[in-house]
Design a protein around this ligand. Structure first.
Ligand SMILES: Cc1cc2nc3c(=O)[nH]c(=O)nc-3n(C[C@H](O)[C@H](O)[C@H](O)COP(=O)(O)O)c2cc1C
Ligand code: SF4
Length: 410
């Protein structure tokens, strides 16, 4: 098993998340002090670039580069948004981050927002996550009391406002342009890119959007240095990752482990393997939008590199054993995407609907030869013609179930 540096979970369970003093006692907000007293915004971004940190929201975009694009903009109005929509099925790591150490996230939000020159930061949270919103409200009030955000932070000239924005709970609102639309009061559907949010984002102003887990790495990088961070995990996408183990494993839950770990290590070393009497069939990596891996692919190291054959996505690992009804599982995927398609483009609005109908007939044993032919057209269309990646997501697991699990026969 690889070494297990803890960056995000190091204080989980030994601090009271609702007490800022507990966080301060373990060195909390020291990174913010360091940033305010000893660094320029440009230096902070350089440090993040050196760390090699890349986005934990799924796409793995280099965080330092994104922040730099907003940081160098001369616009007087800029925004920073923490993405806490987290609606991918089987994924709950960002919520756990809030449950166990909300100040770590808040400290990261403040440092990143100030680094890019934003006066306003939003924490965009899925409206169903009331518990986490309540925790964040308490933690934010405590941090404001200590002058960690607000006017003249820690006696400096930095000012920052932070607002929690509750979305309506739509999966598509995790996509950054749909999220921006949602804060602007528009329908939660993606916008055409370019322009990218770093050029013209919230209210048309340069905006950096980062996933909550990505942001939670920032205090460590500012305190300990980017070079030290770059030595953890896989060289192509350094650091640790919160993996979410679910399905048929002995120890389900969130574990922090380095990037570059193999799927087998995750399932057997961290997850304890499958319970007695259960045989491994396949695993799904990255939630309902993720690919399927079978036994001979378990030694693939998980990274955010474009060369990694299995995208790590949100970090969810669902273990499926041979007793599971695959037709039910397929229906859960297709039903999800049919419900969550925002309807803006025809290939996804119709394609997810038709795929779900075919999955229903597959379950009922009524699938026709015509369905079998149509399914390839639908999957191709979802994969290649939709307006945003949700269409592709809807096709991924179904395509793998055909090619790797032979659900339609050979
Ligand atoms: C359909 C869809 C849903 C998404 N949901 C989320 C989400 O819940 N949380 C998130 O951080 N990123 C989500 N993303 C990715 C965001 O668009 C964006 O890339 C990310 O927030 C950037 O942060 P990062 O660079 O720190 O990963 C989603 C993307 C798509 C296409
Ligand atoms: S692919 Fe789906 S979710 Fe994305 S814009 Fe089209 S209809 Fe909306």
């Amino acid at each position: 098993m690889q070494n297990s540096t803890k960056i995000i979970t190091q204080h989980w369970n030994d601090i009271n998340p609702l007490k800022i003093e507990d966080y301060l006692n373990v060195g909390g907000y020291k990174a913010l002090h360091r940033f305010v007293k000893k660094m320029s915004p440009r230096q902070a971004i350089e440090e993040i670039k050196k760390s090699g940190l890349c986005g934990r929201g799924g796409a793995g975009y280099p965080t330092g580069q994104k922040l730099e694009m907003v940081g160098v903009s001369g616009a007087t109005e800029k925004y920073f948004i923490c993405n806490l929509d987290e609606s991918e099925p089987g994924t709950y790591k960002d919520r756990m981050l809030v449950d166990y150490d909300p100040h770590l996230l808040i400290e990261g939000v403040i440092i990143v927002a100030l680094s890019v020159g934003a006066y306003k930061a939003y924490i965009y949270i899925n409206g169903n996550y009331k518990k986490q919103k309540d925790i964040l409200e308490i933690a934010l009030a405590q941090a404001r009391e200590k002058n960690f955000w607000g006017a003249g932070i820690l006696g400096s000239e930095y000012d920052l406002e932070i607002e929690i924005f509750s979305g309506a709970g739509a999966y598509i609102c995790g996509e950054e342009t749909a999220l921006i639309n949602s804060i602007e009061g528009n329908r939660g559907e993606p916008k055409l890119r370019p322009p990218y949010p770093t050029d013209a984002g919230l209210f048309g102003k340069p905006t950096a959007v980062n996933n909550a887990e990505t942001i939670a790495n920032i205090p460590w990088i500012i305190s300990q240095g980017g070079e030290k961070y770059a030595k953890i995990g896989a060289a192509c996408s350094p650091g640790t990752k919160l993996y979410i183990l679910g399905g048929t494993v002995k120890n389900p839950g969130v574990v922090e482990a380095p990037t570059g770990i193999t799927i087998r290590e995750l399932i057997y070393d961290f997850g304890g393997g499958l319970p007695e009497g259960k045989d491994f069939w396949f695993a799904q990596i990255g939630g309902a939008s993720g690919k399927l891996v079978v036994e001979n692919e378990l030694d693939i190291p998980l990274t955010f590199s474009r060369d990694c054959p299995i995208p790590l996505g949100s970090g969810a690992v669902l273990v499926v054993d041979k007793s599971v009804d695959i037709h039910d599982l397929i229906l859960s995927w297709t039903g999800f995407f049919r419900r969550e398609s925002c309807g803006k483009c025809v290939p996804c609005r119709e394609g997810t609907f038709r795929l779900d109908e075919i999955a229903g007939r597959l379950k009922d044993g009524k699938i026709s030869d015509r369905d079998k032919q149509a399914v390839y057209d639908i999957l191709w269309t979802l994969n290649n013609t939709t307006f945003c990646p949700l269409g592709k997501f809807a096709a991924t697991a179904f395509s793998d179930a055909i090619s790797k699990l032979k659900i339609l026969g050979d």
